[in-house]
Design a binder for this molecule. Structure first.
Ligand SMILES: Nc1nc2c(ncn2[C@@H]2O[C@H](COP(=O)(O)OP(=O)(O)OP(=O)(O)O)[C@@H](O)[C@H]2O)c(=O)[nH]1
Length: 774
């Protein structure tokens, strides 16, 4: 390393630049993976967070190509636990990839190194708090973790992409720190004095960081400093620089000196084409300044600490104290032993100082060839050839800065990615296992429920048919009964009035009225009888449906709950006005029959035979009377004489008598059986009206409709109950299918994620496998 040439340093700078670009790319890819997982968790599948409480079976056989979940593992995929050791990425990569025999037990949360949700929540896995957290709530915590990780990666990308490096120059009072910086930039920029003078931290940077303006900014609050906001700094002129540095009356926290050296003859470390370096001059160490300087050195931005020792004084107490504490932070310190020109016994001085370094910072001592330089910082400028010791120190410092940039910028980023990827791999494997378990369980549940579902389907058809049959049967029974019954009644209507008392021809009108009322009432009664029959049929049909529903309820099993609105048929109340149409219809029929009025013809039976007999009697009577009164009686007498010996007078009287008897007989014969005639006539007229106005058929129709209406709600409720039961089963199956699809989607997602993580992990790990960074 003694022979570090400029070309070596340039080559390494190039390697660094390549690695930096690759790392930025991998950081981006890691962020994308995290983002996709977060999105998947929030929108599709709440990602399971591996905590023992939620995952009691988290014992994974490591290293083998299959774990105990019997998952097929993508080639090159590291089992979760091997990845959980990703934070040891500085180990030989074989250690984590090829260790087939390694077996261990993972304890969820402990296996994660970066993506840890608030550990206090899970400290006691059996705590009420953990058990009260829903799986989704834990997923939300994880999503928050992932979001934080994405934000952190953004910062890392910014940091890796940041091409600047800060070198803090510190050391004892008057050791030559300022002189060293001036020599490194080959310009007398900062004031030098024989007396201890530097009162504040002065950073020397390229003017490109300040819009190419060569300015000096006095900064009172460094946390608010912004080169684009003049209110955050005070411009200090070059003339006032010395006073400001020596006295700092304005109590600045820091000075920033922007320098344009691109036009100069020499390209210093400030402007080296690869890394933008800035130097920070600090006040000499003493009791007052040591704490401030220690804090300053600890800052993330400080990549390299250069400790300047005065060769004439060796290490002071303050210097020793600083070196001891800085050594703990940075391990290696770049040490410049200055003013070596003033030393006569150089070897003795060198060995004494080396002894002190060995004691104060063993790591630095081990690399002393590159990290410890004995030089003279005075009188180095671009015009003269640079002394060999100074040149060697300068090249070492350039190399060391690059090394430290890797350690301070790339390595933490790389370590972070590997840790995150390890965690992601662990989470992905856990979730794959859970998804597969879920798929298996759902398949089992579906398989187990299929026969019952199919049976229910069949039974639903049978049961629906059965219930429809009950409704149809009831209607048919009511229809048949009513039709037959009413027709019989109408045809035998006459008999219904047999009991009406007939008091003779002179009260025949009253009789007819009685008969009419009796018959109409009889019909009314029988119509109501049909309604009652319908009601009895409805009752028995509902009983049958009830029985069917009871049988159905036995099939409910455990699948039912109150939300299904299954209603036992016993809870259905019959509608009160179910028969209102029928009753209305009856009243209508009775009303219509009541319009029948009695007429004379109702008392006479005008049948042909009767009319013939009555007519011949009447004709005989009339003829006899007519001949007796107006025709030639002698002829008649002659005729009668031929057969009788009666005197004409007596004969004439007899003829009158006979004619009268015949006439009376014919009338009597005509009005003979009037009660029967009335009954017959009226029953006939009622029957005719019933037929003409289709009272029987319309009444039957309305009654059947009423019957149907009375039973139908029960049949429907029964069918609905069955349907609901089936739907509950179908919903359960649909839920299963949905969950299975989601689990399958999750399995595919996590499989893919694991494969991507494996590839990315290999790529990220390969960055540190280059010889240069070993
Ligand atoms: N002989 C010799 N003198 C040097 C060398 N470097 C610096 N000096 C002198 O040492 C004195 C102090 O130098 P500075 O650079 O101001 O030292 P400093 O460490 O910055 O001082 P403070 O910031 O005040 O602690 C000056 O007079 C320098 O000329 C060197 O290599 N050889």
């Amino acid at each position: 390393m003694d022979n570090l040439r400029n070309s070596d340093v340039q080559q390494r700078a190039q390697v660094f630049s390549d690695k930096s670009s690759r790392l930025q790319k991998y950081l981006g890819e890691t962020k994308n993976l995290i983002h996709s997982l977060r999105l998947f968790s929030s929108s599709r599948y709440p990602v399971h967070y591996p905590i023992n409480t939620f995952s009691p079976r988290l014992n994974v056989s490591l290293g083998s190509s299959e774990n105990f979940y019997n998952l097929s593992t993508p080639k090159g995929f590291n089992s979760p636990a091997s990845l959980s050791r990703a934070n040891t990425f500085f180990q030989d990569s074989h250690d984590s990839e090829d260790n087939e025999d390694n077996t261990s037990t993972i304890s969820g949360l402990d296996s994660l190194s970066v993506l840890k949700v608030d550990a206090r929540l899970f400290k006691n896995n059996n705590s009420d708090l953990v058990s009260s957290l829903e799986g989704t709530s834990v997923s939300r915590l994880l999503e928050e973790c992932l979001l934080n990780s994405e934000a952190h990666i953004d910062k890392l990308i910014y940091r890796v992409a940041d091409n600047s490096s800060k070198i803090l120059i510190t050391g004892d009072l008057n050791a030559g720190k300022t002189t060293l910086i001036n020599s490194l930039i080959r310009k007398q920029v900062l004031p030098v004095d024989q007396q201890p003078c530097t009162m504040l931290f002065c950073e020397v940077l390229e003017s490109s960081k300040n819009g190419d303006r060569e300015e000096i900014h006095g900064i009172s609050d460094i946390s608010k400093y912004n080169t684009n906001d003049p209110s955050t700094y005070t411009l200090v002129s070059h003339q006032d620089l010395e006073d400001t540095v020596f006295e700092n009356k304005q109590m600045f926290q820091q000075l920033k000196v922007y320098l344009n050296e691109s036009n100069g003859p020499y390209s210093s470390l400030l402007h080296n084409g690869t890394v933008d370096i800035s130097f920070i001059d600090s006040p000499g160490l003493n009791r007052d300044s040591i704490k401030t300087t220690q804090l300053f050195a600890r800052q993330e931005e400080i990549d390299v600490v250069v400790f300047v020792v005065n060769a004439e004084n060796h290490f002071t107490l303050s210097g020793q104290e600083f070196l001891a504490s800085a050594g703990k932070e940075k391990a290696h310190i770049f040490i410049v032993v200055n003013k070596f020109d003033a030393i006569r016994k150089k070897d003795k001085c060198r060995s004494m100082i080396m002894e002190q370094i060995c004691e104060l910072s063993p790591e630095t001592y081990e690399m002393s060839k590159n990290l410890v330089h004995f030089i003279s910082a005075k009188n180095v400028n671009s015009k003269d050839s640079v002394p060999q010791e100074f040149d060697s120190m300068e090249r070492s410092l350039r190399w060391w800065t690059l090394e430290q940039r890797f350690k301070s910028k790339l390595a933490p980023a790389q370590r972070y990615i590997l840790n995150v990827l390890g965690d992601l791999q662990f989470i992905a494997a856990e979730n794959t296992a859970i998804a597969l378990k879920s798929i298996r369980e759902i398949n089992d549940a579906l398989r187990a429920s299929t026969p019952r579902y199919e049976r229910l389907l069949d039974q639903r058809i049978l049961a629906t048919n059965r219930s429809e049959l009950i409704v149809d049967d009831s209607s048919s029974k009511v229809q048949e009964y009513s039709e037959e019954h009413l027709n019989t009644i109408v045809h035998n209507l006459e008999a219904s009035a047999f009991n009406v008392n007939y008091s003779g021809i002179f009260s025949v009108w009253d009789y007819a009225e009685q008969v009419l009322v009796t018959m109409v009432n009889h019909i009314k009664h029988e119509l109501y009888e049909c309604v009652n029959f319908s009601k009895s049929i409805v009752g028995s049909s509902i009983n049958e449906l009830n029985k069917l529903d009871l049988e159905r309820s036995k099939l409910e099993g455990g699948s039912m709950n109150d939300n299904l609105s299954i209603k036992p048929l016993s809870k259905i109340t019959e509608e009160k006005d179910t028969y209102s149409d029928s009753l209305e219809q009856i009243e209508k029929i009775i009303g219509d029959l009541s319009t029948i009025s009695i007429s004379v013809t109702d008392f006479v039976d005008f049948n042909w035979e009767k009319l013939q007999i009555s007519g011949s009697l009447f004709f005989s009577a009339s003829s006899l009377f007519f001949y007796t009164k107006f025709a030639n009686i002698s002829n008649l007498i002659d005729f009668v004489n031929f057969s009788s010996r009666l005197s004409p007078r007596a004969l004439g009287g007899s003829f009158f008598l006979v004619a009268g008897a015949l006439g009376f007989g014919s009338v009597m014969y005509l009005f003979n059986n009037t009660d029967a005639t009335v009954r017959g006539k009226l029953s006939k007229r009622i029957k005719q009206k019933m037929i003409k106005n289709k009272h029987i058929s319309s009444n039957v129709r309305v009654l059947v409709t009423s019957t149907n209406r009375a039973i139908r709600p029960f049949a429907w409720q029964f069918q609905t109950n069955f349907q609901k039961m089936l739907e509950a089963e179908e919903r359960k199956r649909a839920d299963h299918l949905r969950s299975r699809q989601l689990s399958q989607e999750a399995q595919m997602f996590f499989d893919e994620l694991r494969a991507k993580i494996s590839t990315l992990s290999r790529n990220v790990r390969s960055i540190s496998s280059d010889e240069y960074f070993k």
